[in-house]
Design a protein around this ligand. Structure first.
Ligand SMILES: Cc1cc2nc3c(=O)[nH]c(=O)nc-3n(C[C@H](O)[C@H](O)[C@H](O)COP(=O)(O)OP(=O)(O)OC[C@H]3O[C@@H](n4cnc5c(N)ncnc54)[C@H](O)[C@@H]3O)c2cc1C
Length: 417
């Protein structure tokens, strides 16, 4: 079924009776050419691009819960390509270009909104660092503009410009950055994969990975064993646990990241605003809710929920930046489990087991990577070769120390910065 304005009009006038489910609910087959463990954004996009770009359609996505119930449906929806390090810069640039054509490609409204992201700076040193990052973004072919204090005041008049502890020295504007409706992204990829023949199997937890003589043979699941020539592990916060099923110990720690949304209010925040020094960022959803978040909980955990101490910390930062936020009522808070690498950059690689591939370590920034990650991981799984946009996301950098990518310059334990 194709979506179009005409179709929506016709269905609206005839009682919306002809819509069909977005994807099938198939029983798992005994064997596939490839299985993807994890029905989050990255797993679904990998399946989509395997089918679309490489003609691999005898594949299944195995999801222990429901599609999009993990981080892909829990994030704060920010999409951007404002990275400075060689390797990250190319990858996120590649991903943003895919975002820009995604709705047409999927024939699905993902509510992509390139409303611009402004990273605020509060010292001369931070402004210099932003100038450097902006130059790197521009030399990569992406957009960046350094804003003066006056320019920020003009664009974001609701900020507290008299704050003595965090004076606003300006900002870095990335106009092509913005937001996209997170669960629509998962549903769009799921529908696109299903239309190409991919089996999306929900309520199917992988409990073991079968390996014989160094070659992957399939997986054990709560719905029985499934044989597969290739297996991709794409389980975000559960990466350490699932990799352990294949005898691997990953350089990953899982931490909770929380977010919050207020009641809907009239339009007030046009952009995504990031207050890095206070560990706070905010945007306004299309329904009017102020969507905001902060930093990790700073201790390892698999608890997929929020808690009061971090709530207080984030609210305080919000009040520091824009005291007017105190008048809005918070509706909900929630948490997701982040797969943190020591250098803060992801891993997309083969493993020492033939046919077993790993995609993880997205830390708190993997939503923006969804199309790019699926595209390059599908390339790796189908061809056995690393895609040039992700050539630096090697697993062995944590063993050899060569090629570590400390994007945020937070030192050897990014997860504890
Ligand atoms: C509060 C919050 C805010 C965020 N904000 C942003 C943001 O603004 N921008 C941004 O770019 N990123 C953001 N992120 C990060 C981003 O959401 C994640 O990096 C990204 O979604 C992770 O990839 P995924 O979508 O594939 O993960 P998930 O959706 O978590 O998918 C992994 C799936 O694997 C399944 N799984 C796990 N174990 C098994 C098993 N044994 N068998 C079968 N299935 C299994 C899980 O159930 C899950 O559905 C945020 C995250 C959170 C929590």
């Amino acid at each position: 079924m194709r979506f179009s304005g005409l179709r929506v009009l016709r269905e609206g006038l005839s009682g919306n009776k002809s819509w069909t489910p977005h994807w099938r609910d198939p029983e798992p087959k005994a064997e596939y050419d490839a299985v993807i463990i994890g029905g989050g954004g990255h797993g679904l996009s990998t399946a989509y691009y395997l089918a679309k770009n490489h003609g691999m359609t005898n594949i299944a996505v195995l999801e222990k819960g429901y599609l999009g119930g993990g981080n892909v449906g829990r994030n704060t929806t920010i999409v951007r390509a404002n990275y400075g390090l060689e390797g990250n810069s190319q990858f996120y640039s590649h991903s943003l270009k895919l975002w820009e054509g995604l709705e047409q490609d999927l024939n699905y409204n993902a509510m992509m909104s390139q409303r611009g992201i402004i990273n605020l700076c509060h010292s001369d040193g931070q402004r210099d660092a932003f100038a450097r990052r902006g130059n790197m973004m521009v030399s990569q072919g992406d957009d960046a503009e350094l804003l003066s204090t006056e320019a920020v005041r003009h664009m974001l008049p609701y900020l507290d410009f008299d704050n003595i502890r965090f004076p606003i020295y300006g900002g870095l504007l990335h106009r092509r950055g913005g937001t996209a409706r997170h669960d629509a992204v998962a549903w769009g990829f799921a529908r696109g994969a299903d239309q190409r023949g991919v089996d999306l199997i929900q309520q199917c937890e992988v409990t073991g990975i079968d390996i014989e003589n160094g070659v992957v043979k399939g997986v054990q699941t709560t719905r029985g064993p499934i044989r597969a020539k290739k297996v991709g592990v794409v389980v975000a916060g559960r990466s350490g646990q699932v990799a352990a099923m294949a005898g691997m110990r990953l350089p990953i720690e899982s931490h909770v990241l929380q977010a919050f949304v207020t009641e809907g209010i009239k339009p007030v925040i046009d952009h995504v605003v990031s207050f890095g020094m206070g560990h706070f960022y905010i945007s306004q959803s299309d329904k009017g809710g102020l969507v905001f978040g902060g930093d990790l909980d700073f201790y390892a955990s698999y608890a997929q929920r929020g808690n009061m101490p971090m709530m207080e910390h984030v609210m305080e930062a919000g009040m520091t930046l824009m005291p007017m936020i105190g008048k809005a009522k918070v509706l909900r808070s929630w948490g997701g489990i982040m797969d943190m690498t020591p250098d803060g950059s992801p891993i997309i690689d083969k493993t020492e087991t033939e046919g077993l591939f790993i995609n993880c370590g997205w830390c708190y920034g993997g939503f923006k990577a969804v199309p790019g990650s699926g595209d390059v991981f599908a390339h790796l799984m189908a061809t056995g070769n690393r895609h040039e946009a992700a050539a630096k996301y090697r697993l062995d950098r944590f063993r050899t120390g060569v090629g570590l990518m400390d994007e945020e310059a937070t030192g050897s334990q990014h997860n504890l910065h």
